[in-house]
Design a protein around this ligand. Structure first.
Ligand SMILES: C=CC1=C(C)c2cc3[nH]c(cc4nc(cc5[nH]c(cc1n2)c(C)c5CCC(=O)O)C(CCC(=O)O)=C4C)c(C)c3C=C
Ligand SMILES: [Fe+2]
Ligand SMILES: [Fe+2]
Length: 350
């Protein structure tokens, strides 16, 4: 019998509002922040915090920022997501069906999975688009899938792609973008700024109780290999090594803090001011926890930190653009989906 296998590939990113209007941004924030892995408080504390405090007050401010990044095609995160999905589809060929999903809002994970089911896929590969593991991101995507697959009478062979910060093509893709900037201009310093997390979230999975800033900053070992902070430092080391940037010429920091409790430190806003105070004039900033430009890169890093740097005496602050639809990044995605010949290829060869 001739069995034709089709492999469904789902690229999943964080999500973005359907439009930059206040009601759509509020709806997005509510869904996002009510995820227990994002705000890891009991429901009775999380619900009023999100629905009565954060979403109503943050939505109008965030909507104004979303209006600044919005393009004719929509939110950049989604536009680059669709482009990457199409390029990956072209690269993988007809034995694969590639879809994009957003963990929050649209296209929803449920909708994308239903489309893959309709397309008759017999295997699934889930690719959370987060280079470093965090419970709030990769963990949440995995959980969502496991919930949705509960309704499938036949659960197909499934592969959950893990964090990929050390994948050679991921590192090369960022290094290539950095090299282009370093050839155009002299920089005194490089900043690697990562999306932050509440510090407390790191200590939920520490079998060896070894997660400390000093420890995670320098080593990645069995005890902290799943630690987001340790992976962020390791990502920076890998990119810096490719670019020949010495340790004293770069700084790792964490952005986007929400609320009053301690998040991962050093905070990017403090680092920006300290660098300017040290007389650093030209900075190249990478944001390698994102694979596509979005509000958090274009506005927060590219506009807000730039203004802060200049206010404190800095002269030139440049955001290195994200991977977006870069060819090396698409080959990284291809390798993540197909690390070795697929079942379909093996069947064809037999
Ligand atoms: C408790 C709050 C938050 C945690 C924890 C968090 C983790 C986290 N987020 C990303 C990637 C993205 N975040 C984006 C937007 C965004 N993030 C938060 C809050 C937390 N994130 C908010 C409130 C928002 C909305 C924007 C705003 O109001 O500031 C986005 C999407 C940006 C877009 O253009 O739509 C991404 C992507 C990571 C990688 C991460 C933990 C590692
Ligand atoms: Fe976020
Ligand atoms: Fe750690």
């Amino acid at each position: 019998m001739n069995v034709s296998n089709k492999i469904g590939v789902l690229l999943v990113n964080q999500g973005t509002p359907d439009s930059p209007s206040v009601p759509h941004v509020r709806k997005y924030l509510r869904e996002f922040l009510m995820d227990e892995r994002v705000i890891d408080l009991p429901f009775l504390k999380r619900w009023p915090l999100v629905n009565l405090l954060i979403a109503p007050f943050r939505a109008p401010k965030s909507a104004k920022l979303y209006q600044q990044v919005w393009t004719n095609e929509g939110s950049p995160l989604k536009v680059y997501g669709y482009r990457s999905a199409q390029l990956l589809q072209d690269s993988l060929g007809k034995d694969y069906v590639v879809k994009l999903a957003m963990r929050y809002q649209n296209p929803s994970v449920a909708q994308a999975l239903a489309e893959l089911k309709k397309a008759g896929v017999t295997e699934l590969v889930i690719v959370p688009l987060y280079p470093q593991y965090a419970s709030a991101t990769t963990g949440s995507v995995y959980q969502k899938f496991m919930e949705l697959l509960q309704d499938w009478p036949v659960v197909p062979p499934l592969r959950l792609v893990p964090q990929f910060w050390e994948h050679p093509q991921f590192v090369q893709a960022f290094a290539k973008i950095g090299r282009k900037h370093l050839q155009q201009q002299n920089y005194d310093h490089v900043v690697f700024t990562y999306h932050g997390l509440p510090e407390r979230q790191l200590h939920k999975d520490e079998p060896f109780k070894s997660c400390t800033e000093a420890n995670c900053q320098h080593t990645l070992h069995a005890g902290n290999q799943n630690c987001y902070r340790a992976q962020c430092y390791a990502t920076s080391r890998a990119i810096a090594l490719q670019l020949g940037i010495a340790e004293e010429n770069y700084t790792v920091c964490f952005q986007s803090r929400l609320g009053k409790e301690p998040w991962l430190q050093p905070y990017t806003e403090d680092v920006v001011q300290q660098l300017a105070a040290r007389g650093i004039k030209n900075v190249l900033a990478f944001a390698p926890s994102f694979v596509a430009d979005c509000l958090e890169t274009t506005i927060e890093v590219g506009v807000e930190y730039k203004e802060l740097f200049e206010e404190h005496g800095g002269e030139h602050w440049q955001l290195a653009e994200s991977l977006n639809d870069d060819a090396t990044w698409i080959s990284c995605l291809h390798a993540l989906v197909q690390p070795h010949p697929s079942t379909a290829d093996a069947l064809k060869a037999a």
